[in-house]
Design a protein around this ligand. Structure first.
Ligand SMILES: Cc1ncc(COP(=O)(O)O)c(C=O)c1O
Length: 387
């Protein structure tokens, strides 16, 4: 695939590649096929319903983090899969509907468990999110196990409850750990599981399921990465030693490499020795570029190419910049610029600062057609602002 694939579409646009989605799902097939583990997709990373529909038949369900995501996921999957929720933001007035929509719920704290479990247990398979207190992510903003983490019951606390008053945990039927971000090293997940096995074996004997979360990639730079043997070892040891079923709920791993942002060059000028190319998109369509401070991948960029441009977003924010890129040919107004590996945490976080419209969404189908799936309207924008 190259920039020419996207030549005729209206920009700014987000394109998801159905073939790439299937290729990413293929990585999980061996886990599902022999019934080793059930695979969910974390809707928080990408929520576009037509694409979720295309994925659903190759998944066991969806993982969600709010009532709205639960409604969306249930509408997409119907009764052909399960919906699993964990959130630090569980609201009392939403709990009943969540109980109707979701099959599994991992409470984020012992307080939540005590507040809500009695009324939900008859309808939902309830468990706890555990903070395994084993950090791998370099950036603490993305580390669920950071000091003073708000995500899950710390393992030490669970071990203490098990030692002193285990009846507090009566009725807990499952555990969820999600403790990494963009890792391709499944040894880290294996170490996380070993940490649970050493510290809370009694609770593992009590529960029916363990959800190993997301945070791991199956491909990097277009190549398979990570050694699934370590994941399989972790899953198998949970099954053989404790008799529990396992789930995984990747987000990025199943969508990042399947998404593209397509923009057009609006303006070109010199500034302080750089050639600035203003695009009809903005970092606000991919907020993690700004938030995380990383430079997204751009098709055709080559470190050794002669033409350098500072790719800039079109809002008033001075720091609305994608970074410096080099291309073999000069850019002209109207040319397309395509950001790749942009499937996860982009569209779901995009906003309309400065009134810049959200991107249109296209599917690149398995039949190699580009099909418009949704286009943003002024009416949606105006309604949001009370007009
Ligand atoms: C509980 C939980 N599960 C799954 C995911 C998906 O993670 P990723 O997209 O990194 O695979 C997240 C991401 O924040 C999460 O918080």
């Amino acid at each position: 695939m190259d920039v020419a694939t996207f030549e005729w579409i209206d920009t700014p646009a987000f394109v998801y590649d159905e073939r790439a989605i299937h290729r990413l799902l293929d990585h999980t097939a061996p886990l599902r096929n022999d019934g080793r583990c059930r695979v969910l997709f974390a809707v928080k990373s990408f929520s576009f319903a037509p694409a979720l529909r295309a994925m659903a038949s190759r998944l066991d369900g969806f993982a969600v983090s709010s009532l709205y995501e639960a409604r969306l996921a249930r509408s997409v999957i119907g009764d052909t899969g399960s919906v699993h929720i964990t959130t630090p933001g569980l609201r009392g007035n939403e709990a009943d509907e969540i109980g109707l929509l979701c099959d599994y719920l991992a409470f984020n704290s012992l307080g939540q468990w005590e507040m809500h479990s009695a009324r939900l247990q008859s309808r939902v398979n309830c468990g706890l999110r555990v903070n395994p207190q084993l950090s791998f992510a370099d950036d603490c903003r993305y580390d669920p196990c950071r000091p003073q983490s708000k995500l899950g019951v710390p393992l030490d606390d669970l071990a203490a409850v098990l030692g002193n008053g285990p009846s507090r945990l009566d009725g807990v039927r499952g555990l969820l750990v999600h403790s990494n971000c963009d890792s391709s090293d499944f040894r880290e997940l294996r170490a996380t599981v070993e940490q649970l096995q050493v510290q809370i074996p009694g609770l593992l004997r009590q529960v029916e399921w363990v959800n190993l979360g997301g945070g791991y990639l199956f491909e990097e730079d277009g190549e398979p990465c990570g050694n699934l043997d370590d994941l399989c070892h972790a899953i198998d040891s949970l099954h053989s030693q404790f008799g529990v079923d396992t789930f995984i709920e990747p987000g990025s791993g199943l969508i990042r490499a399947a998404g593209y942002f397509v923009a057009s060059v609006l303006d070109l000028f010199q500034s302080g020795g750089a050639t600035v190319a203003v695009l009809d998109t903005t970092v606000n369509h991919m907020p993690e570029v700004f938030e995380y401070g990383f430079q997204p991948d751009v098709m055709g960029h080559d470190d050794d190419a002669p033409q350098e441009y500072l790719l800039a977003g079109c809002t008033c924010l001075a720091g609305d910049l994608f970074g410096a890129y080099r291309f073999p040919e000069t850019l002209t107004v109207g040319d397309k610029v395509v950001f790749s590996n942009a499937g996860s945490y982009t569209l779901v976080k995009a906003h309309t600062f400065n009134g810049v419209a959200l991107p249109a969404v296209y599917a690149l189908t398995t039949g190699d057609e580009l099909v418009l799936k949704s286009s943003p309207s002024y009416a949606e924008y105006a309604a949001r602002w009370g007009l």
